[in-house]
Ligand binder design. Structure first.
Ligand code: MG
Length: 297
């Protein structure tokens, strides 16, 4: 069985996020009263700082680091905006700032995001449809947002292969999309931390990866159960190790990390040497990786 992440795995999150980032910076210029060019310059500087030391900047959720904040423009914007507000002396109480950055500004600009699939995404989804594979998409995004993007892909497929194929493709994929998976909700096993924490010893200081992700695990089991799929028979592919891979790998699944230029080096080093993992650079490598895992079990 194959589980695919969607955003950043089948889509190019950097490209899709450009209008989001531009809109966010525009709002920050208004908020701080500084010229847009100055805010854009600060963004570039702070972004370079985060990308140079990704282990120091985490996406925090309920007090736990749940993913690197460096890996896509949607995660990077919060620490960068915080630095910009500090640099410009724009002070507000922490709760107002939190609500502003993760609420109003985030949501208003998120809707500006584009749609851009990674090369090979249509070919992969088409091949899985043709082979009627046990393949599904599990994503943090809302199911409707993913289906609307798949609809665009189906229209492209209809141009190439005819409207019946495009329609059948979409109808096959729609029930295979599971959204709102909350992969960012992690739990710490306080009695025995080794059950929930993975220490990347020797790769990066003080970086814990939390493997206990109750919502995500439930979503995976919901799809695996009816098919009688056990953890070692499962292959998961995603672009963020902590969100997509840590939980299923801890249970015994195979994980393919589809890396991008913002993937932290320590993740690549860790997964490169792991018997359950593979670091992939192109979408075209997903199907061979999945078929290889399937023939081995
Ligand atoms: Mg992703």
């Amino acid at each position: 069985m194959l589980i695919l992440d969607f955003d950043g795995t089948l889509t190019d999150a950097e490209e899709e996020g450009k209008p989001f980032t531009a809109g966010f910076l525009d709002d920050l210029a208004t908020l701080t009263g500084r010229p847009l060019a100055e805010i854009v310059q600060m963004h570039a500087e702070f972004e370079a700082r985060i990308l140079a030391e990704p282990h120091k900047y985490a996406w925090m959720m309920d007090g736990l680091p749940v993913a690197p904040a460096s890996v896509d423009p949607y995660l990077r914007i919060k620490p960068i905006a915080t630095m910009i507000l500090e640099e410009t002396g724009c002070r507000m109480d922490p709760r107002t700032q939190q609500n502003l950055l993760t609420g109003l500004l985030y949501k208003n600009n998120y809707r500006l995001s584009g749609t851009c699939f990674r090369p090979g995404a249509m070919e992969l989804l088409h091949a899985l449809f043709l082979a009627a594979d046990d393949a599904f998409i599990i994503t943090n995004s809302h199911t409707d947002a993913v289906i609307s993007k798949l609809r665009k892909l189906a229209m492209d497929l209809a141009d190439d292969c005819g409207p019946e194929t495009g329609g059948a493709f979409l109808n096959w994929w729609i029930p295979r999309v599971l959204g709102n998976a909350k992969k960012y909700v992690a739990l710490d096993h306080l009695d025995d931390p080794s059950k929930s924490r993975l220490e990347l010893i020797g790769l990066v200081p003080d970086r814990m990866v939390y493997c206990l992700r109750p919502h995500y695990e439930r979503a995976l089991l919901e799809l695996m159960g009816p098919l009688g799929c056990k953890w070692p028979d499962l292959t998961v592919v995603g672009d963020i190790f902590e969100l997509d891979g840590a939980c299923p790998m801890a249970r015994g699944a195979q994980f393919g990390l589809l890396r991008n230029p913002a993937t932290p080096d320590y993740e690549i080093k860790y997964l490169d040497g792991h018997p359950q993992a593979r670091v992939l650079i192109e979408v075209s490598q997903i199907l061979p990786f999945y078929r290889e895992g399937r023939s081995a079990t």
